[in-house]
Design a protein around this ligand. Structure first.
Ligand code: ADP
Length: 158
């Protein structure tokens, strides 16, 4: 049984996240999508809203679950016997950040392996922060996020 976790802010989830989830669901027996709540980060969507959005999006995959993590991700994985931490990378900028993060997590718990999945070229420009900004100006985000997320963004920005 190969279990992995895909943690992130998902503020909001994008088609890029969904693509990684879809591909990972085909590789791992079980995939936990972990919505992170970090006290130092400012989110547009509350943890509840992000969990609800992600939960709606992962319905097509029976082996994908959604959870909330308010502490260290390595502790979360260890508590649940999940040995693989999956992260997506869009390019070298992401990789440099993700590499540092993986070194820190490895120092915290060498029993957890970080694996990287490269983005699909269709999604490599998709970034939650840019999508929020575009939505705040009432720009069209329908090609970047699932319809439920586009609706939630519309409601946020009136
Ligand atoms: P975080 O704040 O933890 O970076 P994000 O929700 O921004 O949370 O991203 C979660 C994970 O998804 C990260 O590994 C990020 O690199 C990856 N990711 C985000 N957008 C994309 C995309 N368009 N293609 C592939 N991976 C992505």
């Amino acid at each position: 049984m190969m279990k992995a976790a895909f943690p992130g802010s998902f503020d909001p989830p994008t088609l890029g996240h969904v693509n990684i989830i879809q591909r990972a669901a085909g590789i791992f027996d079980e995939l936990a999508v972990v919505v992170a709540e970090n006290r130092l980060k400012k989110y547009l969507f509350s943890a509840r809203e992000r969990i609800d959005l992600v939960t709606g999006l992962v319905k097509p995959w029976k082996n994908v679950s959604v959870a909330l993590c308010k502490g260290l991700i390595v502790d979360f994985l260890k508590d649940r016997d999940i040995p693989i931490l999956l992260r997506g990378v869009r390019g070298t900028g992401d990789f440099s950040y993700e590499f540092d993060l993986s070194m820190m997590n490895r120092a915290l718990d060498p029993g957890i392996e970080t694996l990287f999945m490269t983005t699909d070229p269709d999604y490599f420009v998709l970034r939650s922060s840019a999508i929020k900004e575009l939505a705040s100006f009432h720009g069209d985000v329908s090609s970047m996020v699932p319809p439920e997320v586009a609706k939630a963004l519309k409601e946020k920005f009136g």
